[in-house]
Design a protein around this ligand. Structure first.
Ligand code: AOF
Ligand code: ZN
Length: 367
């Protein structure tokens, strides 16, 4: 067994930090990081570019030039072995003369899936895998979900008060959480392939659900696709959300599709189940797109419907230290329970202050 050293772990940490730089731009490709190290020094680094452009390894090899000969390559995902939109990274690493490859996670893409490593081993290069695999798997959770579960990683974002309310009884909700939380939300939107909401939220709040300011700067990059669940097609043609660059309206009403038709608005008709859209059909639609991470910012009913569907992987809850009082809007309209044993329980992945609020990252139990 090839040995893993403390230095390997530290360099892989650097590769993960490199991958972090691409999380807003690479989708549907995973954001991968690569660091090339020779005699204890970084000689090249890179991260995945937007789809169709260079992968992480190619960026790192370009920055290293001739110094890549004899270097160790630290890569957060198994190098690809296929001709996709770009040629195989495995071949580029071999040609560049690296002497050792350290990988965090394997690539489950059937076009790669072990073949990248096989190619590199066949060239006589030492290969070590599984270094910081858990961290890489978490960082790549959207892409890995799409590849292995054939559905996106689904996140609910909720902003609520200490007593779990998202608005006063009279509907006032601007603003419960502080500035710091609201700018933190932009980060989750920016890394999402799509943002989902319901017609109730569109009518109540007229939100945009787009990315405006990221890390303190105006954002001019990729916007997530906006998805609106609007069973009866009640949306006003003047709703701000319809101005987003790519909008999908999911509806069961076929009568008035033309009222919002436009080049950037796609209307998809799905079956109805009672008063709402069939959640199965909604989930199938979300899974049919090449989306890695999808974030839901909606009201209590839709939040509960997504949770009941069993597809929610993560809840990001911003909680303000305020009481909004009885009668306020609930954050999740889940069904009443008969006993505590049947309560839905989450795993606390992280909990930290964001400005004056608290941000919880909760994961659903593995199913
Ligand atoms: C790597 N390094 O940085 C990334 C990889 O269509 P292409 O050519 O861009 O290939 C996309 C596939 O390559 C993607 O589905 C995934 O399997 C892998 N991504 N591989 O060696 C990278 N982003
Ligand atoms: Zn590649």
């Amino acid at each position: 067994m090839p040995e893993v050293t403390a230095a390997d772990i530290a360099w892989m940490q650097e590769a993960l930090a490199e991958a972090d730089k691409g999380i807003y731009i690479t989708t549907p490709n995973p954001s991968v990081g690569c660091v090339l190290v020779k005699e204890g020094e970084v000689v090249g680094r890179g991260h995945t570019q937007p789809a169709g452009q260079a992968h992480a390894e190619v960026m790192a090899l370009r920055s290293a030039g001739a110094l890549s000969v004899g270097a160790t390559a630290y890569v957060t995902l198994e190098p690809c072995s296929h001709f996709g939109r770009t040629p195989p990274c495995a071949d580029a690493l071999i040609r560049a003369g690296i002497s050792r490859l350290v990988v965090a996670a394997l690539d489950p893409n059937p076009l790669v899936s072990g073949q990248g490593l096989d190619r590199i081993k066949a060239a006589g290069i030492e290969v070590v895998t599984g270094v910081l695999a858990d961290a890489a798997t978490y960082q790549l959770r959207g892409f890995l979900s799409r590849m292995t579960r054939h559905r996106p990683w689904l996140r609910l974002k909720i902003a609520a008060s200490l007593d779990g309310k998202t608005a006063l009884a009279n509907g006032d909700s601007k603003w419960i959480t502080g500035n710091a939380s609201r700018s933190d939300v932009q980060h989750w939107r920016a890394r999402s392939c799509a943002m989902v909401t319901g017609i109730g939220t569109v009518i109540a709040d007229d939100p945009q659900l787009n990315v405006r300011i990221l890390n303190g700067e105006d954002w001019h990059g990729r916007q997530p696709v906006t998805v609106i669940l609007d069973t009866d097609l009640k949306i006003s043609p003047n709703a701000k959300i319809l101005k987003n660059p790519q909008v999908v309206v999911l509806t069961a009403n076929t009568a008035q599709l033309q009222t919002i038709a436009s080049d950037h608005i796609q209307v998809v008709v799905l079956p109805r189940e009672g008063h709402h859209l069939s959640m199965r059909a909604v989930l199938d639609f979300l899974s049919s797109q090449s989306w890695n991470e999808v974030t839901v910012e909606a009201g209590a009913i839709l939040n509960a419907a997504f949770l009941d569907s069993g597809m929610v992987d993560e809840i990001i809850l911003y909680q303000a230290p305020k009481l909004l009082g009885t009668g306020g809007r609930e954050m999740i309209a889940s069904k009443p329970l008969q006993n505590l044993a049947s309560a839905t329980t989450f795993v606390v992945k992280d909990c930290q202050p964001v400005g004056e609020d608290m941000r919880w990252i909760l994961h659903t139990q593995p199913k």
